[in-house]
Design a binder for this molecule. Structure first.
Ligand code: BJW
Ligand code: ZN
Length: 232
């Protein structure tokens, strides 16, 4: 309770606020996280078989189909009270999520570090592919296989998004990290940059994470419950 009050005061008084979100942000909307043992996407699928460029080369239809399944799942769910609370903030919003739930809750200029389920592109010439059909679809420009517009292991993050995220973290006075395990780099370094350069880091997560050490406040609860209590 005392921590909720302290977090609410820090957020209300922040001049430069950053929010970094991960899969836990969308959990209560019904989107599975990656690493949660029972419901996580990787409890049922081997990530390394699906979320790598090598997997797509080996079996483009399988990988394309997995992402189509996830895109359709996201289209059927709604933003939760946590997304809505974040949309009320004047902040730089950085997400690792490939869903569009922040946008659908009303947030603008969301920085997507790991791409989007809704921006497929050609794996050969990078041309954007609108309304692609096929398993996987073929590029209308060069005939190459169309791939999901997400960032796989071993691939570079979009440079402009990463730069914007690091700059915002370096300049912020408060950063809220929500629903991320803090295991995937370089995204996991963003709260550390904020803390190292004098920002106060608040974490919202039901479980401990490696980020606990840099957080001034660790609010152990679900995003859809905690965020509405600390954001007016
Ligand atoms: C709740 C909740 C509720 C539950 N409310 N919370 C340094 C050290 C070690 C390794 C590396 C390193 N630097 C790079 C690497 C390699 C690698 C990496 O990090 N590996 C680690 C796993 C060890 N990184 C990369 O390969 C990155 N690329 C790179 O570094 O390139 C270098 C390069 C430069 C130049 C040229 C070429 C290369 C790319 C990483 C891409 C990550 N991609 C994915 C898949 C995206 C597409 C897809 O969606 O399929 O992104 S992996 C997956 O993990 C996805 C997520 O965005 C990301 C983070 O996961 P997240 O969001 O934290 O979710 P979970 O499931 O892990 O955690 C959920 C959390 O929510 C938990 O804590 C729960 O407790 C909590 N929770 N319910 C609030 N209701
Ligand atoms: Zn092409």
């Amino acid at each position: 309770m005392k921590d909720l009050r302290a977090a609410a005061d820090l957020i209300a008084g922040a001049r430069r606020l950053v929010v970094l979100t991960g899969a836990g942000m969308s959990a209560e909307s019904g989107v599975p996280t990656f690493r949660d043992a029972l419901t996580g996407l990787w409890a049922r699928f081997d990530a390394h078989e699906l979320a790598t460029p090598e997997a797509f080369e080996r079996d483009p239809a399988l990988v394309w189909g997995w992402y189509e399944w996830r895109r359709q799942l996201v289209e059927r769910v709604e933003p939760n009270a946590g997304h809505e609370a974040v949309a009320r903030l004047d902040c730089t919003l950085i997400t690792q999520n490939v869903d569009d739930l922040h946008e659908r809750a009303g947030s603008r200029d969301v920085v997507h570090l790991h791409g989007s389920l809704f921006e497929p592109r050609c794996s050969v010439c990078a041309a954007p592919a609108e309304r692609p059909a096929g398993e996987p679809p073929a590029c209308v420009r060069c005939g190459g296989p169309v791939r999901p517009g997400v960032v796989w292991f071993g691939e570079a993050l979009p440079a402009a998004a990463l730069e914007q995220a690091v700059e915002a973290a370096a300049a912020c006075d408060v950063l809220i990290t929500v629903g991320t395990s803090g295991l995937v780099h370089p995204a996991a370094e963003i709260p550390q940059v904020a803390a190292r350069l004098g920002g106060t880091v608040i974490q919202v997560n039901p479980e401990p994470t490696p980020l606990d050490a840099v957080c001034a406040l660790n609010l152990r609860g679900p995003a859809a419950v905690v965020l509405p209590q600390i954001i007016s």
